[in-house]
Design a protein around this ligand. Structure first.
Ligand SMILES: Cc1ncc(COP(=O)(O)O)c(C=O)c1O
Length: 441
């Protein structure tokens, strides 16, 4: 068995040396594969990839953007369409698909937990910790962002006079778990700001009081693309002894992340991280783990030697206490490959590239008469999201035109019913792709 609380990750680490041996799959299984462009790295019957020899070869952003064959090989979506929808749900890079395929193939001939190489979970938590600037013991792998945020809302103890401060126009995943606290008598306050998504430290400072227990914000607004100053807001809240919970899905993998002044951070893998759906990270600061009670229970997060239920509930001394049962190993294998790819490329480098692309898009959109949300945002508040509109223009029609021409963008609507188009290119999109998309508008 793979995870028996109390020794699982340590045992896995000790067994790491066995890892290579477990990475082999009978050729017979590989030969059933029909895909011609997604061969698994471990498959003995290899299908050659044009212009691409070593699947684990380190990549650089410059290489990807200067070698079209390599770009299309590593990011197969680029051979099919212009994909500008990473703020919605990303397509998977080849390396991620390979990692998941390898694991899935291994699972065809063994117990799935045995097929998961020893030590991999430890390494995955280490990668996640690097990405977050946290400790591996502070990372739980629980899946969707909504679930992790709900664990925070449900697991803290509130008094009836307490309030929490949230932003009503955030993505619903970071609104509803807090609204549900009203049933417990907690006052749910909505942050009051003038422009969509534009939350500054001063807004938070002015809207908390001595009864505020927690502030929950998104690191970047999903619609307007405004990126908040997480360290500054977090530092202020820590001084006031107010907990800070961050929905980080719109920045993790795209911009450097530091959870130094954050208590809880949740981000699924299916956007900027370039990983699969429902394979997200949940960070809980070590010092607050005793305050955040697990609200789900099972064999994995409660001590049960030999699967025998004990007299008392005893949780692991780290963030595994929030992982109740079997892990989503297939998704986590993809998450691991995605994190390796991004960390190899360098998050600072990716961030700079995303801001550069934004500066390509904005003047091009403005020259066609569009208004871009937060177009003058300083770099520290700008993100990979470029959202625009033109009064009197049917944005849904423009969206259809893009779709018909193989350009993936997002059509979004605000509370007033106003429609917008949102472009969210990632590092592997080219300037030529961006220009082509704008030309179609
Ligand atoms: C800010 C934000 N939070 C959360 C989510 C999705 O949450 P989940 O991972 O639960 O699907 C999205 C998806 O669009 C989002 O933009």
């Amino acid at each position: 068995m793979l995870f028996e609380f109390g020794f699982s990750d340590r045992k896995l680490l000790q067994a790491r040396s066995k890892r290579q041996a477990s990475h082999s799959v009978p050729a017979a299984i590989c030969s059933h594969r029909s895909s011609t462009y997604l061969p698994p790295a471990i498959c003995r019957v290899r299908i050659p990839r044009p212009g691409y020899t070593n699947p684990m070869q380190p990549l650089s952003l410059e290489q990807i953007l200067s070698d079209e064959q390599l770009r299309k090989s590593e990011f197969p979506v680029a051979a099919e369409k212009i994909f500008l929808g990473h703020a919605a749900v990303c397509p998977l890079p080849r390396r991620v698909v390979d990692a998941m395929t390898d694991f899935a193939l291994s699972c065809a001939v063994k117990d799935q937990e045995d097929a998961y190489a020893p030590g991999r979970m430890v390494e995955t938590r280490q990668l996640a910790a690097r990405l977050l600037g946290a400790q591996p013991t502070e990372v739980a792998l629980v899946g969707p962002t909504s679930l992790a945020l709900s664990y925070v809302a449900a697991g803290l103890t509130f008094r009836r006079s307490d309030n929490v401060l949230v932003y009503h126009d955030d993505y619903p995943s970071n609104v509803y778990p807090w609204m549900a606290l009203a049933q417990k008598g907690v006052q749910v306050r909505f942050l009051n700001i003038r422009e969509l998504g534009r939350i500054r430290k001063i807004d938070v400072e002015g809207q908390v009081d001595e009864s505020t227990r927690l502030v929950a914000l998104a690191s970047c607004h999903f619609l307007s693309g405004w990126r908040i100053d997480v360290p500054a807001i977090g530092e202020f809240l820590r001084q006031r002894d107010i907990l800070f919970c961050v929905d980080g899905i719109q920045t993790l993998g795209a911009f450097p992340t530091s959870v130094e002044h954050v208590d809880f951070f949740a981000a699924d893998a299916h956007k900027w991280l370039l990983g699969p759906l429902a394979a997200g990270l949940f960070y809980v600061r070590q010092d607050v783990q005793d305050r955040l009670q697990p609200t789900v229970f099972g064999w994995h997060n409660v001590r049960c030697p030999n699967y025998v239920a004990q007299e008392n509930i005893v949780h692991p001394p780290d963030a595994r206490r929030y992982e109740a049962g079997s892990a989503n190993l297939l998704g986590i294998a993809g998450l691991e490959a995605a994190m390796r790819l991004l960390l190899d490329l360098g998050i600072e480098r990716i961030a700079a590239e995303l801001l550069r692309k934004r500066n390509v898009l904005i003047p091009a959109l403005k020259s066609k008469g569009f208004t871009v949300l937060h177009e003058s945002a300083p770099p520290e508040h700008a993100s990979g999201i470029v959202t625009f509109l033109k009064p009197g223009t049917d944005m849904a029609q423009l969206h259809s035109r893009l779709t018909e021409n193989n350009v993936v963008a997002s059509l979004r609507t605000d509370r007033t019913g106003q429609r917008y188009l949102r472009f969210s290119p990632h590092f592997y999109n080219t300037d030529a792709e961006l220009r082509h998309a704008v030309d179609l508008l």
